[in-house]
Design a protein. Structure first.
Length: 255
């Protein structure tokens, strides 16, 4: 058989056969006097085995290891590992589909937020924040919360979102005070009022979370860079008040 005939018989491409030769999965056959490769039935059987193994999900390096063991002992071990890996992937797919089903339900009911898809905890929290669509600070808050929803570990995220639910009742007043500082300088006398309102709205348990630190090139820097001078001053002052109240700091959160 010529290479094209062999490839057609097994259901692969001639290019794949040449690639398997290059990787050492298939031995080079004898060549005719005219230089063409001449393949036999043993080549077809070996190529068919390579195809079956790759269709099972084995990588070519794993296929090489299996083929090197003529008695098939390693094949059993490799296939058991493959089965376990597929089981893990199946569990992940089921979990993702379950989450997607919930998101589809929310979307079809018109309850999926612009920041979605998000966790159920954040979706419930944003339902309250969404009542302030005309507040620029509320928009910034939603964006930051959506980011935290992704980067904070699941256990901590659930606790954080639970604590933030306690803030929802004071959100309208706090957002209003911060929005009013949009064009104000950092020394505006209204900064202290906004800071105290924000600090008062934050629950005591929030002290269990590490406060953002500026100057590290992280999320805190991005957050403060997006605020007006007076708004940034109010948030820094609120952080300092929270740290003082919790007894976990010496005012460094406001510097």
């Amino acid at each position: 058989m010529r290479i094209g005939e062999l490839a057609a018989l097994v259901g692969v491409t001639p290019r794949a056969v040449r690639h398997y030769h290059h990787l050492g999965l298939l031995p080079e056959p004898e060549r005719r006097p005219n230089g063409y490769r001449e393949y036999g039935i043993r080549d077809a059987v070996l190529l068919a085995r390579v195809r079956r193994l790759t269709e099972l999900g084995l990588g070519l390096d794993e296929v090489r290891d299996v083929l090197a063991d003529d008695e098939g002992r390693e094949l059993v071990e490799v296939l058991e590992e493959l089965d376990a890996d597929l089981a893990r992937q199946e569990a992940v797919v089921r979990e993702r589909r379950a989450r997607l089903a919930g998101l589809l339900g929310e979307a079809r009911a018109g309850r999926l937020t612009a920041e979605g898809p998000v966790s159920p905890e954040l979706a419930a929290l944003l339902a309250g924040v969404g009542e302030l669509p005309d507040s620029p600070m509320a928009v910034k808050d939603r964006e930051i919360l959506a980011l935290l929803d992704t980067v904070v570990p699941a256990g901590e995220r659930a606790r954080l979102m639970g604590l933030m639910h306690e803030v929802a009742g004071s959100a309208r007043e706090v957002y209003g005070l911060l929005d009013a500082l949009a064009d104000a300088p950092a020394d505006d006398p209204r900064v202290e009022e906004a800071a105290r309102a924000l600090a008062g709205a934050l629950p005591a348990g929030i002290g269990g979370f590490e406060l953002p630190v500026e100057g590290s090139g992280g999320l805190a820097d991005v957050f403060f860079a997006d605020l007006a001078p007076a708004q940034a001053a109010a948030v820094r002052r609120a952080m300092a008040l929270v740290a003082e109240r919790s007894g976990e700091g010496d005012g460094h959160g406001g510097e």
